[in-house]
Write a protein that binds this ligand. Structure first.
Ligand code: ADP
Ligand code: MG
Length: 333
């Protein structure tokens, strides 16, 4: 367990800066998720913490000590990747024990640590098998096991569930969450999947093109996004954006963001719209409409509500308190 502090961390490849100064103070045992679209700099940031990528400027501290110049091996961290990178010719036991053997731990200590991790991960029956004899979920657990046996101060995860099918991903997500709670190890977890971020994180860092647009608890970020990017990226379907000119009392150039669950179809409201198509998902229905300027607006309604036919002309309404205002640069007003 450790505190992890990033201070104005930047990264340039050649002349191009791709991480523009990230600051965060991560408490002992906290689970932080870095979330953002592909290419926004998540892996680069994580790899700088791991020591796999040099830090161009700024500081990374583990328990107060600046680790910028330390080798990955000396940083007391363990990393789990998307491709688990297990050794195919080694048994599961040996895969989990490998790092400890390299570190020259006594045999008895290695056996005890692997046994404890195997029990925790329900891998005890498979220790003699080879990776190819395990399912994708089990292999993912072995990769976790390999990190756990190191007893690191910090866990780093880079999209560890991306190779699994949707159902397994949900299951493994719950397992990782439970495991992290049980072990209490400070964790930094990278994903492009906002649902993973929402469900795993104590706090999340929403990355936008090398900038940490917002850092906060998932439900706070959802309810109170500080930029239009965050409002559009967190939540599915995404926040709808209306040109300020369409909304009475809003300055030109501004944008109004409203989440799909905060819109309703009425006979008389603020904005005329036509139903383009609907998606009945069972528990809820998504109603996609078009407004006069061609913008598509999505509403989420409960299954019990009547589903309007395609082509129907209606009006859209919302409560003022649910409208989020953004300036021309996308900053929350
Ligand atoms: P993410 O993990 O969010 O998908 P990355 O951290 O991998 O994003 O990449 C961030 C940006 O840095 C991208 O524009 C990518 O092309 C660039 N980048 C990453 N690694 C290198 C590298 N070794 N050399 C040059 N550019 C890189
Ligand atoms: Mg990446």
């Amino acid at each position: 367990m450790a505190r992890l502090t990033l201070t104005d961390v930047r990264k340039s490849f050649g002349k191009t800066e791709v991480i523009h100064g990230v600051d965060i103070d991560i408490a002992e045992g906290e689970f932080i998720v870095i979330v953002g679209p592909s290419g926004c700099g998540k892996s680069t940031l994580l790899r700088m913490v791991a020591g796999l990528e040099q830090i161009t400027s700024g500081e990374v501290r583990i328990d107060g000590e600046v680790v910028n110049a330390k080798e990955p091996m000396d940083r007391d961290i363990a990393m789990v990747f998307q491709n688990y990178a297990l050794y195919p010719h080694m048994s599961i036991f040996d895969n989990m024990a490998y790092g400890l053997k390299i570190a020259k731990l006594p045999r008895a200590e290695i056996e005890e640590r692997v046994a404890t991790a195997a029990k925790l991960l329900q891998l005890e029956p498979y220790l003699a098998r080879k990776p190819r004899e395990l399912s994708g979920g089990q292999r993912q657990r072995v990769a976790m096991g390999r990190a756990i046996v190191r007893k690191p101060a910090v866990f780093l995860f880079d999209e560890p569930l991306s190779n699994l099918d949707a159902k397994l991903r949900v299951q493994m997500r719950l397992e990782i969450k439970a495991l992290q709670r049980e072990l209490g190890v400070t964790s930094l977890y990278v994903t492009h999947d906002q649902v993973e971020a929402m469900t795993l994180a104590d706090r999340m860092i929403v990355m936008n093109d090398g900038v940490a647009d917002q850092i906060g608890r998932p439900l706070e970020v959802y309810a109170n996004p500080q930029t239009a990017f965050v409002a559009g990226f967190i939540g599915s379907p995404p926040t709808n954006f209306l040109d300020g000119a369409l909304v009475e009392g809003t300055e030109a150039g501004a944008r109004v963001g409203i989440r799909p669950e905060h819109l309703r179809l009425v006979n008389q409201g603020r904005l005329p719209a036509t139903v383009a198509y609907t998606e009945a998902l069972g528990a809820e229905t998504l109603v996609h409409c078009r407004i006069a300027d061609g913008t598509q607006i999505t509403l989420r309604q409960e299954a019990a509500q009547p589903i309007p036919p395609e082509g129907q002309a209606l009006e859209i309404d919302w409560d003022d308190s649910d409208a989020m205002l953004f300036d021309a640069e996308g900053r929350r007003i």
